[in-house]
Design a protein around this ligand. Structure first.
Ligand code: AMP
Ligand code: MG
Length: 407
């Protein structure tokens, strides 16, 4: 029986599956720090000492007491470079220490006067304010432990590691990082008309592009794609490939999910014992998309049209895939942008139209790009995002703030 749902309902079913997956315990491995970007942290990273571990000077200048410097010149008692310990004890009355950014501020000093704000009398070894600005107590010093205390969780488990997280991991001394294993994803393209990219297609044939676009999306969402050979529009062949694909963490089929006489994917899934969560979504592109499980294995049957496959993968597959990789934030990412030109459509389907997004500090603008429908993969290549038209709307106005799906 067909289970046709709205986009919102489909997203909710996918969210539920992502939560189920995240409730399981996942396997982990240790990788060197340089291999960790893009991976998902399997254990929290704890501060191995206070951050900063010493009161850190954030400027080149003179460490001193703010109220003393305000009153007159101070005697320069020494020079402190970053990485050099201060052995001179507490700062004496009327003293300043020349200090570099990143050095530990000596005890007794309560500020660092920036080098730009002082005048140095080298002959008499004195420093005084040059009248530009006077420092306040605490200025240009980050106190010990102000950023994090030893033992604090710096990055929670389940977070995808980007450059900022990698910096924090490195600062905590983790040369190898515990990460979740990447889920292995079986990608199967179906269709009698398909040939592989390396082959020369005859006039009536087309190259299999979906396996590669899906492979790219799977990798971007943290999965390890495995492309299985193209499957013909044949019931037995489709059933056989599904038996092979259930050994993977997630099964991704494309093509053969429509109402055509040679669309065998849904019946083959049923034969394999599939439980369907939906068999269609009121959206365009992507209407025939199917989602379910065979035992505990999630599967998706994506439409064959390249843009449909791309959009449904971003909306529905990626969240489940991220969850399989242990990532806590699984939702697809939407941005808001100002529509540059009005759009008219037929209401009743949530639409995801290829669009070009442009951003600067003043805002984000979006413009729909022309296309020949969901099979037009050159349009997808000209687009950098998809503009969302909610199911209830038959037009969007120029200047309106609209939601954008970024791939
Ligand atoms: P289907 O969903 O099987 O009815 O296919 C819909 C359209 O997508 C047809 O025009 C197919 O030729 C095309 N298509 C199906 N699979 C692929 C694929 N793997 N790569 C590129 N186009 C495909
Ligand atoms: Mg087909």
């Amino acid at each position: 029986m067909p289970l046709i749902v709205s986009y919102e309902e489909a997203a909710q079913l996918v969210r539920g599956e992502a939560e189920r997956v995240l409730a399981r315990s996942l396997q982990k491995e240790f990788v060197p720090l340089l291999r960790a970007p893009g991976r998902v942290l399997a254990e929290p990273i704890l501060a191995d000492r206070d951050q900063p571990p010493f009161p850190r000077s954030t400027r080149d200048g003179f460490a001193c007491r703010a109220n003393e410097l305000e009153r007159g010149p101070l005697r320069i008692a020494g020079l402190l470079r970053a990485g050099q310990p201060w052995t001179g004890g507490s700062l004496g009355v009327g003293e300043a220490v020349e200090i570099m950014t990143g050095a530990a501020v000596p005890p007794g000093a309560d500020c660092v006067a920036m080098v730009e704000h002082v005048a140095v009398a080298v002959a008499v070894g004195q420093v005084r304010l040059n009248g530009q600005q006077r420092p306040a107590a605490g200025e240009n010093i980050v106190p010990t432990g102000a950023e994090a205390k030893r033992g604090d969780s710096i990055i929670p488990a389940g977070r995808r590691l980007g450059p900022a997280e990698i910096a924090a991991v490195a600062a905590c001394g983790a040369a190898t990082v515990p990460v979740f294993l990447r889920p292995r994803i079986a990608i199967v393209s179906t269709g009698d008309e398909l040939v592989d990219v390396a082959q020369s297609p005859l006039t009536h044939q087309i190259r299999n592009s979906n396996s590669y676009s899906l492979g790219a999306q799977v990798a971007a969402a943290g999965g390890e794609p495995e492309l299985l050979p193209i499957v013909r529009d044949d019931a037995a062949e489709t059933e056989a490939v599904i038996r092979q694909a259930v050994t993977f963490d997630l099964i991704l089929l494309t093509g053969g999910v429509s109402m055509g006489r040679f669309d065998f994917v849904e019946p083959a899934l049923l034969t394999a014992g599939a439980e369907f969560l939906f068999t269609g979504v009121r959206m365009q592109p992507g209407k025939p998309v199917v989602f379910g499980r065979i035992g505990e294995k999630p599967f998706f049957g994506l439409p064959g049209n390249p843009i449909s496959a791309m959009v449904t993968c971003a909306l529905f597959v990626s969240p489940v895939l991220r969850a399989l990789g242990g990532e806590r934030e699984t939702e697809p990412r939407f941005r808001m942008a100002r529509l540059e030109e009005g759009i008219a459509v037929k209401a009743g389907l949530t639409r995801f139209l290829p669009a070009r997004l442009q951003s600067d500090v003043h805002g984000t603008r979006v413009r729909r790009i022309s296309w020949q429908g969901s099979g037009d993969l050159t349009a997808a290549a000209r687009a950098n995002s998809f503009l969302v038209v909610p199911e209830s709307r038959d037009k969007l106005d120029e200047g309106e703030i609209v939601a954008i799906l970024e791939l």
